[in-house]
Design a binder for this molecule. Structure first.
Ligand code: SF4
Length: 401
């Protein structure tokens, strides 16, 4: 059984985390929290981009007061991010937040941690023990020499002990590192050690594309091992981008239901009969605008396109000045090349409304024959790079011996 199915389930407001709950997406606002309207606008944008939970800094009294106005108007649960000042954690609880994140590296006094735990327990609010390699407890840094996976896990365990002394167990944990292999090792060690839900992230990942690649490398590796109950991409970018990336990653890993477009496109090659990059980006923009929750393929040629993308819900491939529209690999319409994106949009809408079987049944009578002809002509002109006919003959020959 995966670690995420065995973890203790907690609730951040109405969002369950752990115990087999759907992996949730988190992001963090970049506005000044005292700017209530600006922060709320960003919270709404993050929720719209796929964030299930939003974290907001609570770094001074003005921020805590801002939270009191933001939380009741937010469409998603709010977690207050606390560093250094435990009193701000108490203020955030009073403001009504649905979760706290404490950094054990900079709130170290046990009586302060325990005071927060008591209040959070009374209010039924969970706490994330948010260990970060960049701000590790000085004592642990000295003992371990550097921010090793063992040091990060030791920091989390120490904090959990303080919380347990107040009989506080509604905990999730993160052990973030900016070095991807260290991040992965830290979480693996943590998953072997505790049964609390884990919040995954590569800290300070940087701007895209590097930040995205680091985050995906670390987070996806662990998710595929069954580790991780909630995730955050920490990008140096508009946080909407990190919320969107987090949501997309979960959809691509089949950990969340598809709510948006999944566009696949061939990388193009010498066989391409159309500018794949241009068609793919035009199609992507228009399909995203249409908000259709389907997988769409844009393929450069009809020779290999429909076959290679036969798993896609719908796709288009180019050949001899025409666009071949296919559903689950079956060509349903052949249209002039300059109409292919319009036809794709039109058919995608119908597909979402009517379903695969109905749209395959409504295929143009001549589409399959036209597609086969175009394909054959191109193979004759360009050659059969896959040598399909010769291979079939060789296989039949071997089988007949
Ligand atoms: S689908 Fe056609 S154009 Fe695209 S990479 Fe494959 S062979 Fe090349």
């Amino acid at each position: 059984m995966d670690h995420r199915d065995r973890t203790r389930q907690i609730h951040v407001g109405r969002v369950p985390v752990g115990g087999g709950a759907p992996v949730s997406v988190q992001s963090m606002t970049t506005t000044k929290t005292a700017d209530v309207d600006g922060t709320l606008a960003q919270v709404y944008a993050l929720a719209g981009a796929g964030a299930d939970i939003v974290r907001i800094t609570c770094n001074d009294v003005g921020a805590a007061e801002g939270l009191a106005e933001i939380v009741p108007r937010s469409p998603v649960p709010i977690i207050a991010d606390i560093h250094y000042q435990y009193r701000l954690a108490l203020a955030a609880l009073e403001a009504g937040v649905q979760g706290l994140r404490l950094n054990p590296g900079n709130i170290r006094k046990p009586h302060q941690i325990r005071a927060v735990a008591r209040d959070a327990k009374d209010r039924g609010i969970p706490i994330r023990v948010g260990v970060n390699a960049g701000s590790l407890d000085r004592e642990l840094m000295a003992r371990y020499g550097s921010a090793t996976p063992e040091a990060l896990v030791a920091s989390a365990l120490k904090e959990i002990e303080y919380l347990a002394e107040e009989d506080f167990h509604d905990i999730k944990i993160s052990v973030k590192h900016s070095h991807v292999p260290s991040m992965v090792e830290s979480y693996r060690l943590l998953a072997d050690t505790v049964g609390f839900p884990l919040h995954l992230g590569v800290t300070e990942a940087g701007p895209p594309p590097g930040g995205l690649i680091k985050s995906v490398a670390g987070i996806a590796t662990l998710l595929l091992e069954g580790i991780g109950d909630t995730i955050r991409f920490s990008l140096t970018a508009d946080p909407v981008e990190e919320a969107r990336a987090g949501r997309q990653l979960l959809e691509y890993l089949n950990l969340r239901e598809r709510t948006g477009l999944d566009l696949i496109a061939c990388p193009s090659c010498g066989r391409a009969e159309v500018d794949v990059l241009e068609v793919a980006s035009t199609a992507q923009a228009r399909l995203e605008e249409a908000k259709l929750p389907i997988q769409v393929a844009v393929m450069g040629c009809v020779v290999n396109g429909p076959g290679e993308a036969r798993e896609a819900d719908i796709g288009i491939a180019a050949g001899r000045g025409r666009g071949h529209l296919f559903i689950k690999g079956k060509v349903v319409r052949v249209v002039p090349e300059n109409e292919m994106v319009d036809a794709l949009l039109d058919e995608a809408r119908k597909l979402v409304a009517e379903g695969v079987e109905a749209r395959i049944a409504a295929a143009d009578d001549l589409a399959a024959d036209l597609a086969a002809q175009d394909r054959q002509v191109l193979i004759e002109i360009q050659g059969d790079a896959n040598r399909a006919a010769a291979r079939r003959a060789a296989v039949a020959d071997v089988a007949a011996r």
